[in-house]
Design a protein around this ligand. Structure first.
Ligand code: ATP
Ligand code: ATP
Length: 769
């Protein structure tokens, strides 16, 4: 426990970190240490858990090791045990000194206030209320809260600055003629990884064989993204220096570059050669050969229109031959030596352009972009005109175009519509190099992965086969291990019984001895620790609501100045409704949810809504909108000031946000962990209708199962936009198709819907496939 003596803590902390870091952060750390319930733990271990991230992210210490050392020192100086020893010494040396009662100051008031806050705010609560706070104390409390929040924001800002710096990477570039000779497999041996002082991977060994496609799975927050980042940064031993690793993590920067150019720019050699060609042609006063650069636009247009054949065959008739002719003519006509040299160089440039398939590049780039749902006009638009989600697709297109030795993708299907997911699956199946993809989408993993890497209990185990095979193997292994453990246990008991029975029997002494040895030799059968099961518990809607809950009557909608998105929509929703809306990006699915929720109003027609009905929406904007500086508990307390802390904690925990996570700043949470907080926030009002926009994005496979179970027992209506086949098939009764301004039921299964989409698309493979 802490001494919670304000002055001592201030003196020790400021003395230890003299001049380092932001004083506000140091004050915040002091406030944490002064908490009378603060535990330092053995050698300051618990202190490290709590203040380590602030020390590291606030740049007060250089790294984890220094943070641990500092926490140990703080424990030695400030823990109650240390204080008791010090005071015993002081007592012996000085006798009893005056006790400064006045120092049981504002902290005590604050803690009293904080622990009673909910009672104070519950006017009719029957609990015994503490005496009301004076205005002065209230002001003190507000000041303290503001100060703490300011410190939290500074820590967040420091973290964001560091993250932005470490993510600043060069544009991905095609690297040719590399890695010739030698094995292109990657052996990562005995590596460990941690994040914010939390050990995520411990002493793991992983082999990535060239040409295989690995699906990396594991519960939210186990460290998958951390592993990809470490690989991309070449921070793990065993990754050959010449292995080109590309991690698609950040969207491309928005500027005036047209989308297709942003992709083509990755072929730096091509760009340089084309620039040199232009220079040489200018100096030689020549025109560019007809079928050279002009092929770019035509190829882009054709491929974008979906003619994949054109993507493969849009090379110029013979750029090099044309160049030879140009060069020869130049040399003959002018006879100048410089000109001849330039012409020869131009010839070499054309040869190389031809060799690297420079004229096929625009078609290839366009084909990839088309697969990711960019139409031709979109390919010509500057990247700055696109939203983050679309710029993420440009980043993905660039990586596919570059074709690195090791491609790292982190939940790529989250950013895509079903059309694009199906295209990507088909494209990756033909991927000629090594792929490591984090995904929670079963179908995607079933199609794409040749192997599964399971990150669990800080270990990584490789399973051959796709996700379904992994699931079967895992279940089988667990069953066998449990059986073996039971058999071993029975055998032990049997041997032990023999020993107990004949222990004092001199005739059997030798036998007993040998059984004791046998018992010692019997190894424990290791049974993999199973993750705790949980379900998302959606509270029962509060207050009866008679149908019709929501009815659309001849609803038309368009954004001001925009095209008509919906025409004469007529449908109703009630507590029994279980629908999923499917349709391509930009067709209006989110708009429809906004019309239902009342965020948008129809331009024609009307929507009637039962006024007693509570609707709750979950979408990525809600997840992204959570204040990263605050903890999940603070977020809940702000949104629901009348609720009591244990109730908020319980609710967070029912969505897989346990106590430790509830007190961690949001910015330290993984994608899936953040989604759970958004779920908890959304459902706290006990809504009647859930409007879920891609709810399974970021959730791990067990969490999706938990969501499915939760929705199965939910007593209200559900309308979701999703491309997650497993989720849809497990939760909804009907598919609604958003198409041509209408929303109509699709009479068929999800597989039939997919077959319909696939029939429309045609996918060409990667360049070297
Ligand atoms: N400062 C910090 N303090 C404590 N824990 C931290 C800190 N920063 C990160 N973490 C933890 O490190 C882990 C990082 O997880 P990472 O993002 O690699 O997980 P993931 O497996 O990719 O998760 P998801 O499936 O949700 O994307 C999380 O458990 C997170 O809570
Ligand atoms: N606030 C807005 N103002 C003007 N146009 C908008 C606005 N929001 C969306 N749009 C446009 O309306 C169309 C439908 O958008 P919406 O987001 O509803 O589509 P969606 O089917 O949900 O797409 P996605 O699957 O990408 O989320 C798109 O063309 C979009 O650009």
């Amino acid at each position: 426990m802490s001494t919670h003596d304000h002055n001592t803590v201030q003196k020790v902390v400021h003395g230890l970190f003299d001049g380092k870091g932001d004083p506000t952060i140091l004050d915040y750390i002091c406030a944490i240490l002064e908490d009378e319930h603060f535990e330092f733990g053995e050698d300051g271990e618990e202190a490290f858990e709590q203040i380590g991230p602030f020390l590291i992210d606030g740049h007060i210490v250089a790294g984890e090791q220094e943070a641990r050392g500092a926490c140990k020192t703080l424990a030695e100086k400030l823990s109650l045990r240390a204080q008791a020893a010090a005071s015993a010494n002081a007592h012996r040396a000085l006798g009893t000194g005056p006790v400064q009662l006045a120092k049981a100051d504002d902290r005590a008031i604050l803690y009293q206030e904080q622990s009673y806050r909910h009672l104070i705010q519950t006017p009719f609560g029957d609990e015994c209320k503490p005496p009301p706070l004076s205005e002065k104390d209230k002001a003190k409390l507000d000041k303290r809260t503001a100060k703490e929040e300011e410190a939290q924001r500074k820590v967040l800002a420091a973290h964001q600055a560091r993250a932005a710096h470490s993510l600043q990477s060069e544009n991905p570039t095609i690297i040719r003629n590399q890695g010739a000779g030698g094995s292109r497999d990657v052996h990562l041996e005995n590596f460990s990884l941690s994040n914010g002082g939390k050990e995520l991977v411990s002493d793991a060994t992983v082999m990535l064989a060239f040409g295989r496609r690995y699906g990396l799975i594991g519960r939210n927050g186990t460290g998958k993204t951390t592993l990809l980042r470490a690989l991309a940064g070449h921070e793990i031993k065993g990754l050959p220096a010449n292995c080109q690793v590309l991690h698609v993590e950040q969207e491309v920067v928005g500027d005036d570059t047209p989308v297709i150019e942003a992709v083509l720019a990755c072929d730096v050699e091509r760009t340089q050669l084309l620039a040199e060609e232009a220079e040489l042609l200018k100096s030689l006063n020549r025109e560019r050969p007809k079928d050279g650069g002009a092929a770019d636009a035509a190829a882009a247009a054709t491929a974008a229109a979906g003619t994949a054949a054109a993507a493969a065959g849009a090379k110029p008739a013979n750029g090099a031959a044309a160049a030879t002719a140009t060069a020869a003519t130049a040399a003959d006509k002018d006879g100048g030596r410089d000109e001849a040299a330039m012409a020869a160089r131009l010839n070499a440039v054309y040869s190389r352009l031809h060799e690297i398939d420079a004229y096929g590049a625009p078609a290839r780039a366009a084909m990839i972009l088309a697969g990711l749902s960019f139409d031709e006009p979109m390919m010509r638009r500057p990247t700055r005109t696109f939203s983050g989600g679309w710029r993420m697709r440009v980043a993905l297109a660039r990586a596919l175009f570059v074709e690195p030795d090791l491609l790292l993708l982190d939940e790529p299907t989250n950013h895509l519509d079903l059309h694009a997911v199906l295209w990507l699956e088909d494209y990756l199946v033909k991927w000629p190099k090594t792929l490591l993809v984090v995904s929670h989408a079963r179908e995607f993993l079933n199609v794409v992965a040749t192997d599964i890497l399971h990150l669990h209990s800080q270990k990584i185990i490789t399973y051959k086969g796709n996700y379904s095979t992994f699931e079967k193997t895992m279940t089988e292994r667990l069953k066998n291990a449990r059986k073996a453990a039971e058999a071993q246990d029975a055998k032990r008991k049997h041997v032990q019984a023999f020993i107990d029975r004949f222990r004092y029997n001199a005739n059997r002494a030798a036998l007993v001895q040998s059984r004791i040895k046998a018992l010692e030799r019997m190894a424990e059968v290791e049974v993999m620790e199973e993750d705790p099961e949980y379900i998302f518990s959606f509270p029962e809607p509060e207050g009866a609501a008679a149908p019709p809950i929501i009815a659309f009557n001849d609803v038309d909608f368009n954004y001001p100045g925009g095209p008509t998105l919906f025409k004469k929509l007529n449908f109703g929703l009630d507590l029994e409704s279980r629908f999923a809306i499917v349709g391509p990006n930009g067709i209006g699915k989110s708009t429809l949810l906004n019309l239902i929720s009342g965020k948008l109003q129809p331009t024609q027609g009307s929507i009637t809504r039962n006024t007693r009905v509570r609707l709750a929406t979950f979408n990525q904007h809600h997840v992204d909108g959570l204040d990263l500086a605050l903890t999940p508990l603070q977020i809940m307390a702000r949104s629901f000031p009348d609720a009591k802390e244990p109730e908020l904690r319980g609710h967070l925990s029912s969505f897989g946000v346990p106590a430790t996570l509830a007190g961690q700043a949001m910015y330290t949470l993984s994608g899936g962990q953040k989604s759970r907080v958004a779920f908890a926030k959304m459902t706290f009002t006990k809504p009647h209708i859930l409007l879920l926009d891609e709810p399974s994005n970021h959730l791990d496979i067990d969490a999706v199962n938990a969501l499915i179970q939760g929705l199965a027992t939910f007593k209200g209506g559900v309308l979701m936009v999703s491309h997650d086949q497993f989720l849809i098939e497990s939760t909804v009764d009907e598919l609604w198709m958003c198409e041509g301004g209408h929303v109509t039921p699709f009479h068929g299964s999800f597989d039939e819907y997919k077959a319909r989409l696939r029939a429309k698309a045609h996918v060409a493979g990667p360049a070297t496939a």
